[in-house]
Design a binder for this molecule. Structure first.
Ligand SMILES: Cc1ncc(COP(=O)(O)O)c(C=O)c1O
Length: 386
């Protein structure tokens, strides 16, 4: 029996990096913005576009107001509309499917791989064939979600999507900084969207997002769509439908500072994840990361048959945890008209997953305690079953 340590145990930590970077640096950056007055899409956002592109190995990054908008903008640039089929993971945060749906397209839900928990490529191909046979929708795009930060099998997904003339949008909301076969998220799929919501691996102090692309044409379209479809020549002529999806300069300033510690934070997350992988009882199933890939470890999640009991046990012992996500998107009320079949792996995941504390500032004592309590639960369960 190990006692709860006095240090804090948080599921996420949205504040510690402030101290590590130095609070005065944030205040100086904010003061600069107050003085230049370019509050929205000021010089900080332009600098951030360049830094994000460089870090992810993409030619361009287009910052925007949220991860959700970072999914809508590329789909707008590809002309996604009513009558289009967009194939999307169902074991995800709702925005991955909301983006095509809000543009009038039909989300076609794809089941998950039982080991990586990302999109199941075989099921993707089956669904594409089914929609093709039905002949009612245009095969348009695939939205592949790197769930919990874990990169999808992009070579396989791109091979299938491209075979049918479709583009692949990576939803890297949880995986900015992840690596797929030597390439950072942002330079793997046809376009990549990400979120900078405070709990994400690269996070601002409010809402923010970005899209990465290698195409100048796509970049220009998204820059236009980000501001109501504005023409680059005449700002009072709107030449297409768009959004108000600008990033404000304060969030960009925060992200520029946060990027100075990102690599270290990603490494520290990985060290904790490896410790959990090695020391947690095999009673818990862990998420498989593909060879030559690295997850951004936005969340550390296990599968456990007695998930609700485990959650209650951990909470009782002062360990915060959460079930992400308790309902696959296809089962949610607003998505019923597209809920055409059961997705057994997604359903199983939503009943068995539990995310435990994971962030770069989780102390060794906190990790020891989390591991000890998880293993105590496993030992009790195993001795009962014996
Ligand atoms: C997989 C995924 N996609 C999209 C989003 C949407 O990002 P935002 O909340 O920044 O709009 C999130 C946010 O939680 C997410 O986890």
């Amino acid at each position: 029996m190990i006692n709860k340590p006095s240090c804090p145990i948080n599921l996420f930590d949205v504040q510690s990096s402030q101290k590590v970077i130095g609070q005065e640096k944030f205040l100086q950056a904010f003061e600069k913005i107050l003085n230049h007055g370019g509050y929205c899409q000021g010089p900080e956002t332009k600098e951030l576009d360049a830094k994000l592109a460089e870090f992810s190995g993409a030619k361009y990054a287009v910052t925007c107001s949220s991860g959700t908008d970072s999914l809508i903008l590329p789909l707008m640039a590809w002309g996604v509309k009513e009558g289009d089929a967009v194939f999307v993971s169902s074991f995800t945060f709702v925005a991955s499917a909301e983006a095509p749906a809000i543009l009038g397209a039909t989300p076609i839900f794809v089941d998950s791989d039982p080991d990586t928990w990302d999109m199941d490529v075989k099921d993707l191909e089956r669904q594409i064939e089914r929609v093709k046979q039905e002949g009612k929708l245009n095969l348009k795009a695939v939205v592949a979600v790197d769930i919990f930060g874990n990169p999808c099998d992009y070579d396989a997904i791109k091979a299938v999507a491209h075979k049918y003339g479709m583009k692949v949008l990576s939803d890297a909301a949880q995986s900015y900084g992840s690596i797929y076969k030597g390439k950072r998220a942002g330079s793997v799929a046809d376009m990549t969207s990400t979120s900078f919501y405070p709990t994400k691996p690269l996070a601002c102090y409010g809402d923010g997002g970005a899209v990465m692309t290698n195409s100048e044409e796509e970049r220009d379209l998204m820059v236009s769509c980000r501001v109501h479809g504005m023409s680059p020549e005449d700002h009072y002529d709107n030449v297409r439908m768009g959004l108000n999806a600008r990033m404000d300069s304060f969030q960009a300033a925060v992200l520029l500072l946060k990027m100075t510690v990102l690599e270290k934070e990603l490494k520290d997350r990985e060290v904790i994840a490896q410790r959990y992988n090695n020391e947690l009882d095999s009673y818990f199933k862990t998420q498989k990361v593909l060879d030559n890939c690295q997850s951004a470890r936005a969340l550390y999640t296990v599968q456990c048959e007695d998930r609700d009991e485990l959650m209650a046990f951990l909470k009782e012992h002062g360990i915060p945890c959460g079930a992400y996500y308790p309902r696959p998107v296809n089962t949610q009320t607003a998505y019923q008209k597209w809920n055409t079949r059961s997705l057994p792996v997604c359903e199983k995941l939503s009943k068995t997953v539990l995310s435990i504390p994971m962030h770069p500032y989780l102390s060794k004592e906190a990790q020891d305690y989390v591991i000890a309590m998880m293993n105590e639960f496993a030992a009790k369960k195993k001795s009962k079953a014996a």
